[in-house]
Design a protein around this ligand. Structure first.
Ligand code: DGT
Ligand code: CA
Ligand code: CA
Ligand code: ZN
Length: 574
């Protein structure tokens, strides 16, 4: 186990002890141990094996805890944990995280009402069974309901795009502190993960207190969770936590590297440092306690014989392997994007006309786009039938005649019907330049059925790409059941593209699936699915996920110039 896992284990033991009504001092000892281990800058494995600092030298760690840490670090199991686990069902632990619900009350709910989960608890409150319990009452019941709502919100990770708004405005606010010399947002935010747990901001400043004061008054009502000499955590009203650290300039690169993570990437980095007889932490790279690098990330990586890694790749997936082979991919960037191939107009559920979308795309430097309004099955979105589509396409022909250096493709987002098959006749689809097929209905069907519908759509000669291939809506709807491997094989066989939908709520295909599609040799189209002019700005969110998937501009179909892109279209026709 690594430090984080050991810390989690101690937290778990603390929770379980608390639930079973153990001595509070004992509970606190485990919580403190968790924090101590989590805050260590070197892996405990080093403290155990090395001849330097010993575990018991660390304040708060006595013989007993040191022994338990050693067992965990070496992959062993703790009898105490097994005992506690047998006594308390795991689902019950969630009850302890409800604000206003102490361990005694949680235990009573479990024993008296048989409550095993948050869902059970909500139901019991709604049926007014909780207020009947001794020591509870109407007020407590209401407090628990409010706590349930809060807990369900707190568990939600924020969409990257939303976190970006906070990150930008917080940093803008902090810049008012004149003493700030360098500043960067690290963590999952910098790695471009589709969602962000909390923000990690790093600053170089000779006056840490001034910077922390500035953070404290970013927002009225924000809670200061912790404040020390050089670090501070606040919780914004929206629930987002922000961690601020003030670091010395000679450690800025090392801290940026460390707090950008991911944890897994850092673990690999540390073991490489060790293999070279070096030590790396958030303060720098050291040889025999002698500082050798830390001012910039480049210098930190170089000290370990490694290239600088784009943050999006730092997930300990393939980046080290690529670096060792001297073959880090040149990741696609927003500037590479030439066209946008999925968008809606006021003909269906968009808010702008074709002309307005074209002008907005031109302002963003694009050279072509496809208008892909919904087909008729999507009645809620005023989907188009054959006659309306043909009228729209005639209009596009006229418009194209007036445009210079820009092309509008006649497209459609055709619905993949519940019973299988497409929502428009073959003769209509054959007249389109670009057809995206998407599945909006029947999302609860069994895996085989959904997979068959999508694979059949890929076989259809008119279809160019599958839109948002898994149907997920982040934090709102799970992906439907689909055999992506079968989808990849069909896309490859029929020479079709798959979409990376750039809408920040979708980001579908996700980074992992996108990397798998690339491995199958399938071209990806990054599309905004814009429903307004402003919606075209979503392109960067899609590009971030493509970068996380390791895609270069050659892997992305809409980085092609229009002339090159036409070749791809012609290949589909033949
Ligand atoms: P998040 O906030 O859940 O979206 O994900 P991150 O990656 O931003 O994680 P966070 O905020 O807990 O920590 C920021 C970075 O700090 C993390 O990516 C790597 C580094 N870090 C934090 N704790 C540890 C640790 O226990 N060991 C190592 N090696 N790195 C850590
Ligand atoms: Ca974070
Ligand atoms: Ca954090
Ligand atoms: Zn769409």
């Amino acid at each position: 186990m690594n430090n984080a896992q050991i810390a989690e284990t101690f937290d778990l033991i603390g929770d379980l002890l608390e639930f079973t009504g153990a001595n509070p001092f004992r509970v606190r000892a485990y919580r403190n141990a968790a924090r101590t281990v989590r805050d260590l800058s070197e892996p405990v494995a080093e403290l155990i094996s090395g001849d330097g600092r010993k575990l018991t030298d660390i304040p708060g760690i006595g013989e007993d805890l040191a022994q338990k840490i050693t067992v965990l670090a070496q992959g062993g199991e703790l009898p105490l944990l097994a005992e506690l686990r047998a006594a308390v069902p795991e689902s019950v632990l969630a009850l302890l995280r409800i604000p206003g619900l102490g361990p005694k009350k949680a235990a009573a709910l479990h024993k008296e009402l048989g409550i095993n989960s948050l869902d059970d608890l909500r139901r019991a409150c709604q049926q007014h069974r909780v207020r009947e319990l001794k020591g509870f009452g109407e007020k407590t019941e209401q407090a628990i309901l409010a706590g349930l709502d809060f807990a369900s919100q707190a568990q939600v990770r924020m969409l990257w795009a939303e976190a970006d708004l906070y990150a930008q405005s917080i940093m803008q606010h902090l810049r008012r502190a004149r003493s700030i010399e360098q500043m960067e947002a690290a963590g999952s935010y910098r790695r471009g993960r589709d969602t962000v747990g909390d923000l990690d901001i790093l600053v170089v400043s000779a006056k840490p207190a001034e910077v922390m004061d500035a953070l404290a008054d970013f927002e009225r009502g924000a809670a200061v969770l912790a404040r020390g000499e050089t670090k501070m955590s606040i919780r914004l009203n929206c629930g987002l936590q922000v961690d601020l650290r003030v670091v010395p300039a000679e450690s800025f690169g090392a801290a940026l590297q460390y707090f950008t993570g991911s944890k897994e990437h850092n673990v690999e980095l540390r073991s490489r440092a060790k293999a070279r007889g070096l030590k790396i932490n958030e303060y720098g790279v050291f040889r025999d306690d002698q500082y050798i690098a830390g001012r910039t990330e480049e210098e930190v990586y170089a000290a370990l014989g490694l290239p600088w890694f784009p943050p999006e790749l730092r997930e300990a997936r393939h980046e080290f392997e690529w670096a060792d082979a001297g073959a880090l991919p040149q990741l696609v960037s927003v500037d590479d994007i030439q066209g946008d191939l999925h968008m809606h107009t006021s003909e269906s559920d968009g808010s702008a006309t074709i002309e307005e979308m074209v002008a907005a795309a031109q302002r963003r430097g694009l050279k072509y786009l496809a208008i892909t309004d919904h087909s008729k099955r999507v009645t809620m979105a005023n989907g188009l039938n054959a006659a309306r589509l043909r009228r729209q396409w005639a209009h596009i022909d006229k418009l194209n005649a007036t445009l210079r250096g820009f092309t509008v493709l006649k497209g459609v987002e055709v619905d993949i019907l519940e019973r299988g098959g497409l929502d428009l006749e073959d003769d209509v689809l054959a007249e389109a330049d670009w057809v995206v097929a998407s599945l909006h209905y029947g999302q609860n069907q069994p895996r085989d059925q959904i997979t068959r519908r999508i694979v059949d759509a890929l076989r259809h000669p008119a279809v160019c790409a599958i839109g948002h291939p898994t149907g997920r809506l982040i934090n709102r709807r799970k992906p439907y059941e689909v055999d992506l491997d079968a989808v990849f094989k069909a896309a490859k066989e029929h020479g079709k593209c798959l979409e990376l939908n750039a809408n920040p709520e979708r980001l579908d295909l996700d980074d992992v699936a996108c990397a798998a599609a690339k491995a199958h040799g399938i071209p990806i189209v990054i599309s905004t699915d814009a429903h307004s002019e402003h919606g075209l700005d979503a392109m960067k969110f899609g590009v971030d996920q493509a970068r996380r998937a390791g895609l270069t501009r050659h892997d992305v179909a809409n980085t092609r110039t229009f002339a090159q892109f036409q070749k791809l279209l012609a290949a589909r026709r033949s």
